[in-house]
Design a protein around this ligand. Structure first.
Ligand code: ZN
Length: 187
């Protein structure tokens, strides 16, 4: 395992549609472990292979411990993920390890069911709601070369964020200047 460099916005690898893996072989297991270690080192809750420059459809997610989250502490590893069901709507803050220092207000499905291969190469279905649903959609977007900023509905929905998780409007007169926020999802 090793901590890899996370590519940031502007790097062309983030904009490529990643390829499906053929099977979960030892090289893919190593990729999964590198993604987990890199995600932990960066304090993110999700990471997709293109973010470390590997154009394969592999993602990892780890939901922080939180008694109010039905997925508290859950770890998800998926290869070749496919959304097979999406329901409802949630609008909330979202950030990205590849776009450091910013969060956006992004609309996502509230619940998703995703099928894919786990770390053992077995086909699994992952049902997620709330934060896990958001993270799954965010990471699958990475596999298609899509960043959260592509999904902003208006420029005023993008904020700079500081270490205290306070956000500040990127565009003056966007309405909301500074607001105390809880730690946003960064993945
Ligand atoms: Zn991201």
């Amino acid at each position: 395992m090793s901590v890899k460099q996370i590519l940031t916005t502007g790097h062309p690898a983030l904009r490529v549609k990643a390829k499906k893996i053929k099977r979960v072989d030892p090289a893919i297991v190593k990729l999964i472990d590198d993604l987990l270690e890199t995600m932990h080192a960066a304090n993110g809750l999700g990471l997709a292979a293109p973010q470390i420059g590997v154009s394969l459809r592999v993602l990892v997610i780890e939901i922080p411990e939180d008694k109010d989250d039905p997925h508290s502490g859950e770890r998800v590893v998926l290869c070749n993920p496919e959304v097979i069901n999406a329901e409802g709507e949630q609008v909330g803050e979202e950030g990205c390890l590849s776009i450091p220092g910013y969060v956006g207000i992004i609309r996502r499905a509230k619940k998703v069911t995703v099928k894919g291969l786990n770390r053992k190469g077995k086909e699994v279905r992952v049902k997620g709601e709330g934060l896990l649903a958001r993270a799954l959609q965010h990471e699958i977007d990475h596999l298609d070369g899509i960043l959260f900023t592509d999904r902003l509905e208006k420029p005023g929905d993008l904020f700079r964020i500081n270490e205290q998780h306070e956000r500040e409007a990127v565009f003056p007169n966007a309405g909301e200047r500074k607001q105390r926020a809880s730690a946003p999802m960064i993945a």
